[in-house]
Design a binder for this molecule. Structure first.
Ligand code: NAG
Ligand code: NAG
Ligand code: NAG
Ligand code: NAG
Length: 360
């Protein structure tokens, strides 16, 4: 079973949002950013994830107060994202990291170069309070930056995903802002919308919208003039549905259904216009507006997904992803459908406002 197209990406991303349980507190804050297909995945110090596809400069980690405190000099780490299009696939990556602290400025490029205070350095750099070194390993190369106040930034160079790791000591707890989160040992509140909603509490599609809002709020002001796209165009829900029901792709992902009883049950779950469907005609008005051919393909693709689920729960969940995409289309067409999630026994909690996080 190949897993490489849209729905599997969604599943993967949902898996990525799985919260860490924090029994023991780490001695330092470690945060990651790396390009994954069309998006950059960020992991905060407290273990929350956010993904978005913008290509601008974003605050990765910085001190929230401009003056710093005691033994905590203020600093900022900014990532600049970029993307290339290869074989029709957009690849997002981190193109450079800029670090500012104590009147020093270091820029590290994921292609391998780095600059200290505007000067290109061709060898390792050793300053009074910080150094920048290159590390070559057979499998990969790194640039390593470290300061006397425990800030360490490591970038993979030349690699496709351009993984970035930022680390800072525990004395900076609760004084950090940016995409690395607030480092307060609380996973839920690292990514919050302007309304104070925790992104980890939202359902997949709402989470995407919230992630984009947060990405925009993390844009670095002085880079506003640079040529970049704050958010790479995401497919509209219509296009998502079309992608989901693309027959070849669906069979490529799920294979065709081997069990006849699964096919029958899949059809019964996926055809929202059936008289005895659990949603009891809620989709009727919306369904009238949809193209017959698309409706047929939707049922076929959705039931293939049902069939592919390895457990009963997984089968139900696969159907729920399809129905969720359908309900999104209905909402976009101004025929919103409410209360489909509970009757469908979708793997969600809190009255279907919170989806279960683990896919299996
Ligand atoms: C690099 O910087 C760190 C932090 O200031 C310091 O502990 C370390 O000894 C330095 N390494 C070298 C080789 O200068
Ligand atoms: C967000 O998460 C934090 C930490 O768990 C919690 O205190 C806060 O109430 C949450 N906010 C909302 C709106 O649920
Ligand atoms: C469908 O539309 C009609 C007319 O606008 C409305 O009366 C009815 O409640 C709608 N049905 C559903 C299930 O939303
Ligand atoms: C879904 O159910 C309706 C109503 O019974 C039926 O007309 C339609 O052909 C079904 N669609 C599929 C793809 O089975």
């Amino acid at each position: 079973m190949k897993m490489k197209n849209a729905p599997s990406t969604i599943l993967l991303l949902i898996g990525l949002f799985t919260a860490k349980s924090d029994a023991s507190f780490p001695s330092s804050c470690t945060c990651f950013a790396h390009g994954y297909r069309e998006e950059i995945v960020f992991e905060s110090c407290d273990g929350a994830y956010i993904t978005f596809g913008g290509s601008c400069s974003y605050d990765l980690m910085r001190t929230c107060t401009p003056d710093g405190l005691d033994n905590k000099p203020p600093f900022s780490v900014v990532v600049k994202a970029g993307y290339t299009t290869e074989f029709d696939n957009k690849q997002t990556f981190v193109s450079r990291v800029t670090i500012n602290f104590e009147n020093e400025n270091v820029v590290m490029d994921t292609r391998g170069g780095f600059m200290v205070n505007g000067m290109i350095e061709t060898t390792d750099y050793f300053g009074d309070n910080f150094n920048v070194t290159r590390v070559d390993r057979p499998e990969y190369s790194l640039i390593k930056f470290q300061t006397h106040f425990s800030l360490r930034v490591l970038i993979h160079i030349g690699a496709r995903s351009h993984k970035i790791r930022v680390r800072i000591g525990r004395h900076y707890q609760r004084s950090l802002c940016g995409l690395c989160g607030n480092f307060n040992d609380e996973t839920a509140d690292d990514y919050q919308t302007a309304d104070g909603e925790n992104v980890t509490d939202l359902a997949y599609l709402d989470r995407q919208a919230a992630s984009e809002e947060i990405a925009k709020s993390m844009l670095v002001q002085e880079h506003e003039q640079e040529l970049c796209e704050p958010i790479v165009n995401r497919p509209s829900p219509h296009q998502m549905l079309e992608a989901m029901i693309d027959r070849e792709k669906v069979f490529d992902i799920y294979g065709s259904c081997a069990k006849e009883e699964d096919e029958i049950e899949g059809n019964a779950q996926c055809n929202v216009t059936l008289e005895n469907h659990p949603t009891k005609g809620s989709f009727a008005n919306c369904s009238k507006d949809l193209d017959d051919d698309n409706k047929l393909k939707f049922v076929e693709a959705c039931s293939a997904a049902y069939c592919a689920g390895k457990s009963h729960r997984a089968k139900e969940r696969n159907v729920c992803y399809f129905i969720e995409a359908l309900s999104r289309v209905c909402r976009e067409n101004l025929k919103p459908v409410h209360n489909w999630c509970m009757p469908m026994k979708c793997p969600a909690q809190k009255g279907c406002s919170k989806w279960e996080q683990k896919y299996d």
